[in-house]
Design a protein around this ligand. Structure first.
Ligand code: NAP
Length: 244
């Protein structure tokens, strides 16, 4: 089940008999467009709309199947043309924690995303010196895609801190934010305090998987099969990641 939550009630997706959101944002915005001419308008939009790019930001230590399901779901709901996974370089709120080196996290992300033609991986955050701030990520990706509509996707726990992020006042000009949540997550109130319509929450049941749990399992030599893609299982074993 995927549940879209937005403070723009006109964009609420209608659940089907299984409770799934049936409609994508593109269809909803068409439906709400007073100039919509129906099918021909839709074809026109498909041909000429600016690219819609998702930016999947995360430490990915390691990337897991919950991240991949979340990116796929957001791509479907928001009708994205591409999702760029952007592993962080030096995460700002983890300077006192051990984080696996950036090249390993980047390579695992490349391995995990390779089968999906819509998924790509960017090195902008790991190649930029210093601490990783999302404002810099957004400026870099905007420079590469000047005409695109950008959707920054990340975990709801991270988004809950967004009002403390660097240059938060200008961050909204660059992208729409999608906070993907684990089942049972209760909104911290940040979404309501963010500028109207700028942050949505989307529940992704597969996010019951967590990187913290995978690191813990790997440290105990417990299996991580099917929590991460097979290639990532092999990469973790081959490079001895997360062993204590
Ligand atoms: P984090 O603290 O490691 O993650 C917080 C929670 O969100 C965890 O439960 C995590 O689960 C989940 N999560 C993280 N990325 C996710 C993703 N892409 N999809 C689904 N769940 C995700 O967060 P982080 O990795 O450091 O930061 C996330 C993003 O926010 C990064 O792009 C980072 O640069 C940005 N950020 C920016 C600032 C700033 O500009 N000042 C500050 C903080 C974060 P898992 O551990 O299972 O992934």
């Amino acid at each position: 089940m995927t549940t879209a939550v937005t403070d723009d009630s006109s964009a609420q997706a209608a659940p089907d008999c299984h409770g799934r959101s049936q409609r994508r944002m593109s269809e909803l915005s068409l439906q709400n467009d007073p100039d919509s001419g129906g099918v021909s308008k839709r074809i026109n939009r498909q041909r000429h709309h600016p690219p819609r790019i998702g930016i999947m930001g995360g430490t990915f230590d390691p990337i897991h199947n919950g991240h991949l399901v979340a990116a796929s779901e957001v791509a479907w709901v928001y009708d994205l043309d591409e999702v760029i996974f952007v592993p962080t370089g030096r995460p700002v709120f983890k300077q006192d924690k051990v984080v696996t080196n950036a090249e390993d996290r980047y390579l695992m992300t490349v391995i995990a995303t390779a089968p999906n033609p819509k998924f790509t991986v960017s090195r902008v955050d790991i190649d930029r010196p210093g601490i990783t701030y999302t404002i810099d990520t957004l400026r870099d990706i905007r420079g590469q895609y000047p005409d695109a509509e950008l959707f920054f996707i990340t975990g709801a726990d991270a988004v809950a801190e967004i009002l403390r992020w660097k240059d938060v006042d200008s961050i909204w000009d660059y992208a729409h934010f999608v906070a993907v949540t684990r089942p049972g997550y209760s909104d911290s109130g940040t979404i309501r305090r963010a500028p109207k319509g700028k942050v949505d929450a989307l529940e992704i049941p597969a996010l019951a998987i967590s990187s913290t749990d995978i690191r813990h399992r790997a440290s105990l030599r417990e299996p991580v099969w099917y929590l991460v893609p097979d290639g990532v299982v092999q990469y973790i074993a081959k490079h001895g990641l997360y062993r204590v």
